[in-house]
Design a protein around this ligand. Structure first.
Ligand code: MN
Length: 322
């Protein structure tokens, strides 16, 4: 899961792909500023420190974030780890960027309580530190994700402490904000360090059946695409393997082995309207049998973060589940 390190060119390319306008000059200025002031500092991996803010900024570019957020991400450790002050950031990059950097710096100084019952207190501290700007939390989540991706360089006790904090604090936060791509990866990485044996077991048993599963899912995708097309529903059909931690949780909760986990992978059908969503549901119900008690309608009952979709588990002939 340790992705290749990103460069400033990768970031600018990604930003131009995702947004109409990108202030390349400003991004380069922030990069040069961070690179200059972190120069000589190393990460525990032995690499130059600048690779960390670069990777954090790239993660945010992937989330379509704006110029100011990318700048703040590139600069997010400058005030904490070099002798640059927040005033200097303000003078060079303006109030918006400086306030975000200050927010991230404040967040890193919070001492969190680990007991679950006091989660509310943790969130209170975080929201206080970030001010009114939700982008501060997004930078912090990207910062945590890159640190989790590179956690293998830390000693075992630090790995466990960081993984625990990620599982208890950051993954639920990403979930609340509806940034599921971050939530899943944070959870899977934390799981890997908190329960290494269980993690390896699941990875290995999934790996074994990998090819057979890819073939199966490709066949299902095609069936659905053809059926949707017949009904003139414009849709994007994608497949993804279920996340490791959710498989593990299910095994624990239902006290079952991995062979008994039905929905090892999931399909996603993205349509343009609510009407099409229900129409697509009709199409898949025509093809496969719904499993009782698994239907969730987040359109009729939307989640607080505005997430809208329908979740369902379906059975295909011969007991294969999607
Ligand atoms: Mn950082």
């Amino acid at each position: 899961m340790e992705n290749k390190n990103k460069t400033i060119d990768d970031i600018i390319k990604k930003m131009k792909m995702n947004r109409k306008k990108t202030n390349t000059g400003l991004i380069l200025k922030a990069y040069n500023f961070a690179e200059e002031h972190h120069r000589g500092q190393k990460r525990l991996s032995g690499e130059d420190y600048i690779i960390h803010p670069l990777n954090v900024a790239y993660l945010l570019a992937e989330l379509h974030m704006d110029d100011a957020t990318i700048c703040a991400a590139l600069l997010h450790d400058v005030v904490e780890d070099t002798n640059i002050t927040n005033e200097e950031i303000q003078n060079a990059f303006g109030t918006e960027v400086a306030e975000m950097v200050a927010g991230v710096t404040k967040l890193s100084k919070i001492r969190y309580v680990t007991i679950e019952e006091e989660q509310v207190e943790n969130y209170r501290k975080m929201f206080l530190a970030m001010g009114k700007d939700i982008r501060v939390i997004l930078i912090k989540l990207a910062d945590r994700l890159h640190n989790m991706r590179t956690l293998s360089n830390l000693k075992r006790d630090r790995q466990i402490a960081n993984a625990k904090e990620t599982m208890e604090l950051y993954a639920p936060l990403a979930n609340r904000l509806g940034i599921y791509s971050l939530k899943w990866e944070l959870e899977d990485l934390a799981f890997r360090y908190l329960y290494p044996e269980e993690y390896r077991e699941i990875v290995m048993s999934i790996e074994k059946k990998r090819e057979e599963r890819i073939e199966f899912i490709d066949r299902i995708k095609e069936e659905i695409r053809i059926a949707l097309k017949k009904q003139k529903i414009v849709a994007e059909v994608t497949g993804r393997a279920k996340h490791l931690y959710s498989i593990y949780r299910k095994m624990q909760r239902d006290n079952i082995t991995i062979d008994q986990v039905y929905d090892l992978f999931a399909l996603r059908i993205i349509v343009n309207s609510v009407k099409d969503c229900y129409a697509a549901l009709g199409v898949v119900h025509d093809l496969y049998t719904p499993m009782p008690g698994r239907f969730k309608d987040y359109i009729a009952v939307p989640k607080p973060n505005m997430y809208q979709s329908i979740h369902n588990t379906l059975i295909r002939t011969k007991g294969n589940t999607i």
